[in-house]
Ligand binder design. Structure first.
Ligand SMILES: Cc1cc2nc3c(=O)[nH]c(=O)nc-3n(C[C@H](O)[C@H](O)[C@H](O)COP(=O)(O)O)c2cc1C
Length: 354
């Protein structure tokens, strides 16, 4: 209520990126001190029955992940467990530091419950993020994933340089043994080099090169959602060949502006992908089909448009093992994750007939 009725109307008057930067700053400060962490936990930490879950050998205290793109420089590791997240996916990080696209990088589309994102992989680079992650004393049962992508700059226009970029980040993360799982983001919609690795031949090359690097953590692939099932399945067929790939995140932003409930919120001259509600059905459909075609072969992290407990229930019903989100938290406030956890617990209790 406090967020929805009081804070959000004020925050939504300011530039979204400035608001985001402010929250990251505030979250980092609150995460530094035991007292402020306890205060945040008092309001926002889920304290009900155990809903922890083990996926690919990793224990998640709650099945909810802060999706890649919010804490891209790994500044919120100490505070996110206190607002009921079981995990964060840091990044996407790139081999070189990256300023991202020109401003505006984020535009709110409130009627459509979406954010237009053209951040362009803004981040401090994999080495800076590794350095920061190594300094944390990370809470037990809080899972840190790291998403890697290719640096968004003019040096990275060819598949060859893009490939080297991914390999560098992957190698460095494994050498330094940082993070609990890794995600290969092949579906960033607005960067130099485009989505070259979201094509079967180059994906095959990328994953076979990654497989040659010693890695003891689960690796997931962040999938595009604007593909017909046959094209999507062609990517899954490639991933299915590689033991290193434990799962898929379904998925990234929606590039189709016609899927907006309020089409006039995003004129054609806008650039970038849509988060939130326009991702919901597309991702659910691909999750369902992936689960049905591949059974338990892939861990599925369902992502896109989870704004309420009902959305969350549908993501799980479609076949997700874990659920990741960003936009729901921006529109409904940080208490959403505690609410989702409570509903999830009720559902588990009903399912187990307790
Ligand atoms: C501000 C913002 C930045 C994002 N940056 C990234 C990114 O760097 N890497 C990535 O894989 N996905 C990125 N995404 C996509 C999200 O991780 C997620 O897949 C998408 O927003 C759908 O989830 P949602 O509807 O819960 O927001 C970003 C999304 C937002 C809103």
């Amino acid at each position: 209520m406090f967020y929805q009725k009081l804070l959000k109307p004020i925050l939504f008057k300011f530039d979204p990126e400035n608001v985001h930067d402010f929250f990251v700053w505030a979250g980092e400060v609150l995460g530094k001190f035991g007292l402020s962490r306890k205060l945040v936990a008092l309001f926002y930490r889920y304290k009900g029955p155990d809903i922890s879950i083990i996926v690919d050998g990793i224990s998640f205290k709650t099945p909810f992940i802060l999706s890649a793109g919010f804490d891209y420089n790994a500044r919120l590791i100490n505070i996110l467990p206190e607002i009921s997240f079981g995990s964060v996916e840091v990044g996407s990080v790139t081999a070189r530091p990256c300023l991202g696209n020109d401003k505006p990088r984020l535009i709110r589309l409130p009627k459509s419950k979406s954010i237009l994102v053209r951040k362009g992989l803004r981040n401090e680079g994999v080495d800076a993020v590794i350095h920061r992650l190594k300094k944390y004393c990370i809470k037990k049962d809080f899972v840190v994933g790291v998403s890697i992508a290719q640096t968004n700059d003019e040096k990275n226009c060819s598949a060859e340089t893009g490939l080297e970029d991914y390999l560098y980040s992957f190698k460095r993360l494994n050498e330094e043994n940082v993070g609990d799982y890794y995600t290969v983001n092949i579906s960033c919609p607005n960067a130099f080099g485009g989505e070259a690795f979201a094509k079967p031949a180059l994906l095959d090359l990328l994953v076979s090169r990654l497989s040659a690097i010693r890695c003891e953590k689960p690796v997931y692939v962040k999938m595009p959602i604007n593909l017909e099932w046959s094209e999507f399945d062609n990517l899954l067929k490639v991933l299915n060949k590689f033991e290193i790939i434990k799962g898929v995140i379904i998925g990234n932003l929606n590039k189709e502006y016609n899927s907006l409930d309020y089409r006039n919120e995003a004129p054609d001259e806008y650039r970038g992908g849509l988060s939130g509600k326009p991702c919901f059905e597309l991702s659910n459909d691909l999750i369902r089909k992936t689960r049905s075609a591949y059974g338990k072969r892939f861990t599925i992290i369902g992502c896109g448009g989870v704004l309420s407990p009902l959305d969350m229930a549908q993501k799980f019903a479609a076949g997700s093992d874990l659920v990741a989100l960003i936009t729901g938290m921006i529109y409904n406030g940080p208490s959403l994750v505690k609410l989702l956890s409570s509903y999830y617990a009720n559902h588990l209790i009903k399912q187990n007939g307790k």
